[in-house]
Design a binder for this molecule. Structure first.
Ligand code: 26Q
Length: 822
């Protein structure tokens, strides 16, 4: 019998870690310790950590398989992971020994941490939510696999040239990544295009057969996800597209060597780049191919595990696998599972459909009509002919069954419920299919879920009320407090013990400290420390000198009209005028800080960026303003920059038009770090206000119901323009040549306010916003009051921990037990 040595424990002592790192420098990287580059040290450190984590990953996987519990499979086109080393160090408890080991070798851990490129495989909230969920799933000991695409290029890197956004490719992967491991033995083959014929099974029953297809290979890369103080290490499995060798060989043999390589290059474009829109980019074939590619690879992987792991009938599939759809982007998984069960496993329609509905659940992240995914039937049929057939049959059974039973002969009801939109061209409605093909649909904040039921899916809600649930979003307090604000994390632990790290509701224990002057001093000193650090970053990247004693007013999120960065801009221009008109006014110095990327094709969003940068240029260099007002737009906003801005923020701008922001998650991160919110009653702001109390937040603006009424009455922005002199002067100034020397530069922005109907009601909310900002100014002038409010924010936002969110999913949707890994 072969002799394999017992697995060795690598050990977590400083000495053991030192020798691991040195071994990787020598034997993995082939370098000398004296001459290794900073990057070599970073890679070697990551690998030393990875070695220790991989064993737990294997143990977790084995345990999950043996115990035979249900697993959650999270399907998402985006994962905004940011940097991994610091998170992995803190979660695994290796931070102190690794820091010590490096320092004994003359290396500074902090410098290494900052040199890691961001893993930016997402656009914004939805992608970052997926990353927070992966962290919480491991922390909560839930058996989980995240599936996604191994994009060669993540979200573009942003630069400003003369105040305008310029996009550059994000080559996060150019030198590989020490965190990912290829799994060639789990490679999958995926079909696309082609046509559908019939075949007969051994019993003579007909089945559809998908033939003459093109094939792609999917190579999985695994990234270990370390939980905090848990031994569960789940994996994030990302698929890379490759050409099908067989397919190529045929062309090779026909002598078209160059042609074959062209095919290969085309195949590989499928996982090349993340689409940089955070609202649907309609109709792009490559996007549909991306969606199907990763869904088909992931489902084949899940089905393989079910077939190899157990010998159970298919009806037991849902007892082993739950699948969560992160928005409709992976919704083609529903017809794909149907196809596997019908065409490959020979199940009958009824059994297959039941399995589907028990397996899937769907999270909706948007109410914006233009962001609801629809695919033209023609395109769908060309790329996925068999899936279109299946969708038609799902639709027919639905309309002729439950819909006809509920509303007999009602053609209007059938039109709104149909999976096919026929109001002008034929389109597949992916959201309808997702509600229908699963057992649960959830919104991401209480208000959002209510609107989902009342406005987006009223008929579905009438038919299947039990299917709709609210699960309010959350964020991981490890990254958004422990990692980005270790000073505050320590102060909290010193004050109330470390129980809050596993049960964030315990943060309420800090409530009493809000009245403790000594505690407030320390809390304020920590905030000031982060403001000094951020001031340095602002100096380096914007060339603007800001005072850490000013109020840091922060709006960081994707650039979108509904998020209303341009409402913020209207207020700043108004303040600028006030300061010029009344230089002696008692106004506390303020720094307006922006971070935002605009989708490359979103013209007005780019105009808003240009306007803010041009305003900044004027304000920051106007001697009449001095230090009273500074405006900075930090380039290339992303996870790592957020980790620097959030702990330093005093004020958090959450000013979307009521009813438009599904939840928001930046609002939670900022409140947790003691920034007070100025916000509308939108998304999770509503619940944040309930938790922190009305005295500790600045709420303004029209409510959802008022917005609806105003629009129904006929909203006319000109009325606000003519009735408000300050507003009129502000808009006229923006439309003038003052900021760039060219009056036409911001005509698109000016016209959106006046000529194009101000679709997001900036003018209607303007005065209430300006008044709320005046209250902020007054409160900030009372530092003890302000700090007390900030402390109460930290103390009262425990509800917004993604651990709570994930436990809600586990209880209400997935029915998953925790499985502790010993
Ligand atoms: C779809 C098709 C084609 C190209 C791009 C897209 C696409 C990509 C990303 C559509 C939407 C997104 C991202 C949406 C998003 O981030 N939504 C945000 O989700 C957060 C987490 O739930 C919420 O907090 C935010 O309110 C919501 O805007």
């Amino acid at each position: 019998t072969p002799m394999t040595p017992a697995p060795c424990d690598l050990g977590n002592s400083t000495e053991a870690i030192k020798s691991s790192i040195v071994n990787h420098v020598r034997f993995t990287l082939g370098a000398y310790v004296d001459s290794a580059s900073p990057n070599d040290w970073w890679v070697a450190t990551c690998l030393a950590v990875r070695d220790r984590v991989m064993d737990s990953a294997t143990k977790s996987r084995t345990l999950h398989r043996k115990s035979g519990v249900r697993r959650i499979h999270y399907l998402s086109l985006e994962y905004l992971m940011g940097r991994l080393l610091e998170n992995n160090l803190r979660n695994s408890g290796l931070y102190d020994s690794v820091k010590q080991a490096l320092s004994e070798m003359g290396k500074d851990l902090d410098a290494l941490l900052q040199s890691e490129p961001d893993m930016g495989l997402g656009n914004g909230g939805l992608g970052r939510l997926a990353a927070c969920f992966m962290d919480s799933l491991s922390t909560m000991n839930l058996p989980a696999i995240g599936y996604g695409i191994h994009y060669e290029f993540g979200l573009f890197r942003q630069e400003f040239v003369n105040g305008r956004q310029v996009e550059h490719p994000d080559a996060w992967m150019r030198d590989g990544s020490p965190w990912k491991i290829a799994r060639p033995s789990y490679r999958q083959r995926v079909q696309l295009y082609g046509r559908v014929t019939q075949r007969f099974d051994e019993n003579g029953n007909p089945h559809a057969q998908w033939v003459d297809t093109k094939c792609l290979l999917g190579l999985p890369w695994d990234i270990p996800i370390v939980g905090y103080d848990s031994h569960t290490v789940n994996v994030l499995r990302l698929w890379q597209a490759q050409a099908d060798e067989d397919f190529n060989f045929k062309i090779f043999n026909e002598g078209s060597y160059i042609e074959a390589l062209r095919e290969k290059a085309i195949a590989e474009t499928v996982s090349k780049v993340l689409y940089p829109n955070d609202a649907t980019e309609s109709g792009k074939e490559l996007r549909l191919v991306q969606q199907y590619f990763f869904v088909a690879c992931s489902l084949a992987d899940i089905v393989r595990r079910f077939k190899n792991g157990y010998s159970l009938p298919w009806s037991e599939f849902p007892s082993k696998a739950a699948i969560q759809l992160n928005d409709t982007h992976p919704a083609v998984a529903i017809p794909e599972l149907m196809r596997i069960l019908l065409d490959e496993e020979n199940l009958d329609w009824g059994s297959a459909w039941k399995i589907c509905q028990e397996t899937f659940s769907y999270t909706n992240h948007t109410l914006l009509p233009e962001a609801l995914e629809m695919w033209s039937v023609g395109l769908f049929e060309r790329v996925l002919p068999r899936h279109l057939q299946i969708i038609y049959r799902i639709n027919a059974q639905f309309l002729d069954g439950p819909v006809e039973a509920r509303w007999p002969g009602d053609a209007a009801k059938k039109r709104v419920l149909s999976l096919i939109d026929e109001r002008g061209g034929k389109y597949v409605r992916m959201a309808h299919m997702s509600v229908l093909g699963g057992h649960a649909t959830n919104g991401v904040a209480a208000l959002h879920t209510r609107l989902l039921c009342e406005r987006l899916f009223p008929e579905f809600h009438e038919l299947f009320p039990e299917r709709f649930v609210n699960i309010t979003n959350g964020v991981t307090f490890r990254r958004w407090l422990d990692v980005c604000n270790p000073q505050l994390s320590s102060l909290i632990t010193e004050t109330i013990g470390e129980g809050w790290k596993k049960d964030a509701s315990k943060l309420r224990g800090l409530d009493a400290s809000a009245d403790d002057a000594g505690f407030r001093d320390r809390y304020r000193a920590i905030k000031r420390h982060h403001k000094v650090v951020l001031a340095k970053i602002i100096q380096d990247s914007c060339g603007v000198c800001v005072s850490p004693d000013a109020l840091f007013d922060v709006q960081i999120k994707r650039l979108h009209e509904y998020k209303r960065q341009h409402l913020n801009l209207l207020n700043i221009v108004t303040l600028y005028r006030q300061i010029l008109n009344n230089p002696k006014a008692d106004f506390h110095p303020r720094v307006f800080i922006f971070g935002a990327k605009a989708a490359p094709g979103y013209f007005l969003a780019k105009n808003i960026i240009h306007a803010i940068n041009s305003l900044a240029n004027k304000v920051n260099n106007d001697p009449r303003v001095g230090d009273k007002l500074k405006v900075v737009f930090l380039p290339n906003y992303g996870v790592s920059l957020a980790e620097k801005i959030i702990p330093a923020a005093d004020l958090s701008e959450q000013i979307s038009t009521a009813g438009k922001e599904a939840s928001g998650t930046g609002n939670m991160k900022l409140a947790l770090n003691g920034a007070l919110t100025i916000g509308t009653l939108d998304g999770a702001n509503v619940e944040i206000a309930e938790e922190v109390g009305d005295d500790n937040i600045f709420i303004f603006g029209l409510t959802v119901e008022q917005v609806t009424d105003l629009k129904a009455r006929g909203y006319n922005p000109w009325e606000y323009y003519w009735n408000n002199e300050a507003l009129r002067d502000t808009i006229d100034w923006i439309g003038s040549d003052y900021f760039t020397g060219h009056a036409h530069d911001f005509k698109p922005l000016r016209d959106s306010f006046l000529e194009h109907g101000d679709p997001y009601l900036c003018l209607a909310d303007y005065q209430m916003y300006v008044d709320a900002q005046a209250k902020v100014d007054a409160a900030y002038k009372q530092p003890e009051l302000w700090t007390k409010m900030a402390v109460l924010n930290t103390a009262r936002v425990g509800f917004f921990s993604s651990d709570r969110t994930i436990q809600d999913y586990a209880d209400k949707v997935w029915k998953l037990p925790q499985v502790a890994v010993p």
